[in-house]
Design a protein around this ligand. Structure first.
Ligand code: NAD
Length: 357
């Protein structure tokens, strides 16, 4: 029987509650698909600050590097709001992404049938379903390029630089093509090649790589058009790949279309198969400890972990189907509750998904 080593970074606020539900589901799916999981708990964020004085202790990095994948709850909370910069819980997040070399961020934006009413678009626009994966470059581009302030002839100015090396584009495009191969084999590459030289290199490189993936249909869109198409006809998209800054904006837009924040998972990937998986929401300190947080985003993050790090696609599918089943059965945590459905707590939602497996 296969055994996987997973580091759990439960973090702060609702982090521990939602990660516990995800562990329940991972254990249940392991039984069904014949694998076991060894868990290592490690500290991050406010919990790490309280225990060790820093948001990302070296021991946590070592544990993550020694594991097959990492599952993160969330970090941050009122208690640490007074701290500044590198002392803050959120510094732990940026630190662990850097330490693991995670350059690709994958965010699915999927509408589950029973939650269609959470989508802000008209029903005739989304139809039966919407299922998009945004692949965003995470460690390059204008957020990391040279920047500064200038003064010329007494006029103050500032600049930021969008720079991508070809290898940086190749590695993110590879993640996108591989992702498309696991899904609908359709890739939209988003750039601004009519204006930006960095986008022209991006587009050339994606086209070169397309030859290695003849099964994948490749389209190019300018970012302004892509932002418009996403609300006009989101169903045309399967996988979208784009730079750091464009991806920052597009992934938020796409996830908003999908509706509830408690439902949205994410994966951050690097060169190897090890990835970091987390819900896109924060630590929700306002509802922590009340057994009302929605654990489904974290549970769906486990499905991504199975698909992208552990190569257990059937187990990933099973979790996604189990989530759909509990929603079809009318079970809802308070954040997604509507009249006529059954309101349940965090624990009960974890139990229901595990049972549906
Ligand atoms: P948040 O995502 O934590 O919460 C926003 C709102 O959504 C709150 O009303 C919260 O109750 C609700 N919410 C979030 N997740 C939910 C869930 N699973 N179920 C039900 N309701 C949920 O964002 P915020 O309030 O801006 O930030 C709170 C803390 O989280 C801050 O310290 C922030 O820095 C941190 N944060 C961490 C991450 C992360 O760890 N990746 C991301 C964003 C914010």
């Amino acid at each position: 029987m296969k055994t996987y080593n997973i580091t759990l970074l439960k973090g702060d606020g609702i982090g521990p509650e939602i990660v516990d539900q995800a562990v329940k589901v991972l254990n249940a799916v392991g039984k069904k698909f014949d694998f076991t999981v060894n868990y290592t708990d490690a500290l991050i964020g406010g919990a790490a600050i309280d225990a060790t004085g820093e948001p990302l202790p070296q021991a946590t990095i070592d544990d993550c590097l020694a594991s097959d994948a990492v599952l993160l709850g969330a970090v941050g909370g009122y208690k640490w709001d007074g701290l500044s910069g590198k002392q803050r819980p959120e510094a732990g997040l940026l630190g662990i992404r850097a330490a693991l070399g995670l350059f690709a961020n994958l965010r699915p934006a999927k509408i589950y049938g029973p939650l269609k009413s959470a989508c802000p678009l008209r029903p005739d626009i989304i139809g039966d379903s919407m299922d998009i994966m945004v692949v965003r470059e995470l460690t390059g581009g204008i957020y990391f390029g040279e920047r500064g302030r200038t003064e010329k002839d007494g006029v103050e100015g500032a600049y930021d630089t969008e720079y991508y090396s070809k290898p940086e584009i190749v590695r993110i495009a590879k993640v996108a093509f591989e992702t498309a191969m696991k899904r609908g084999k359709k890739l939209h590459s988003i750039d601004k090649a009519n204006v930006l030289e960095s986008s022209r290199l991006w587009r050339e490189t994606v086209n070169e790589m397309a030859k290695e993936y003849p099964e994948v249909e490749v389209n190019h869109l300018y970012i302004d058009n892509a932002a418009m198409q996403l609300v006009r006809n989101p169903k045309q998209f399967d996988v979208m790949v784009t730079s750091n800054i464009f991806g920052d904006i597009l992934s938020d837009e796409a996830s908003q279309i999908a509706g509830s924040i408690g439902m949205l998972a994410s994966a951050s990937l690097g060169e190897g198969t090890r990835g970091l998986y987390e819900p896109i929401h924060g630590s929700a300190p306002d509802i922590a400890g009340q057994n009302i947080a929605n654990p489904l985003a974290t549970i769906l993050s486990v499905a991504m972990m199975l698909r992208y790090s552990l190569n257990e696609d059937a187990a990933a599918d099973a979790i996604e189907k189990a989530v759909e089943k509990v929603l079809d059965d009318g079970l809802r945590t308070p954040d997604i509750y509507t009249e006529g459905t059954t309101k349940i707590g965090t624990d009960a939602m974890g139990d229901a998904v595990a049972a549906a497996l």
